[in-house]
Design a binder for this molecule. Structure first.
Ligand code: SAM
Length: 110
């Protein structure tokens, strides 16, 4: 038996992308784009909270959105970084905003 202590995603990161289906993220991407269309928004910059390995943020990046991610888990973020994403380590409940950073839209899934 494997005992998980602390943030379980530190241990989970290595296998996370292989068990999460691409379609799941493609559907979320379409859903969020639909919301942006309804709001008539094309945000200049976006923040994904609890972005994990950045599977969803990477779709936005590939579609030329300026997106960054924030997550608690350094292991999850190290995988997101390998995808070319700019990410921050922090707790979405109380992270401090950098004065030089502005995000016009933020979301989090699950
Ligand atoms: C189920 S994973 C989802 C990751 C990503 N949103 C996705 O759908 O692939 C949950 C993520 O939330 C992060 N997380 C949990 N609590 C958090 C918090 N308070 N602040 C920032 N990240 C958090 C974990 O580190 C983990 O990467």
């Amino acid at each position: 038996m494997i005992m998980l202590t602390g943030n379980p995603y530190e241990k989970f990161a290595e296998v996370y992308d292989s068990i999460m289906p691409d379609k799941f993220y493609e559907d979320y991407y379409k859903f969020i784009i639909e919301i942006l269309k309804k709001l008539e928004l094309k945000p200049a910059s976006i923040l994904e909270l609890a972005c994990g390995t950045g599977k969803l943020a990477k779709i936005f990046l590939d579609e030329d959105y300026n997106i960054e991610g924030l997550d608690l888990s350094q292991s999850m973020l190290s995988i997101a970084k390998k995808k070319g994403l700019k990410v921050y380590q922090g707790n979405m409940v109380n992270f401090k905003l950098n004065k030089n950073t502005t995000w016009y839209f933020a979301f989090s899934i699950r």
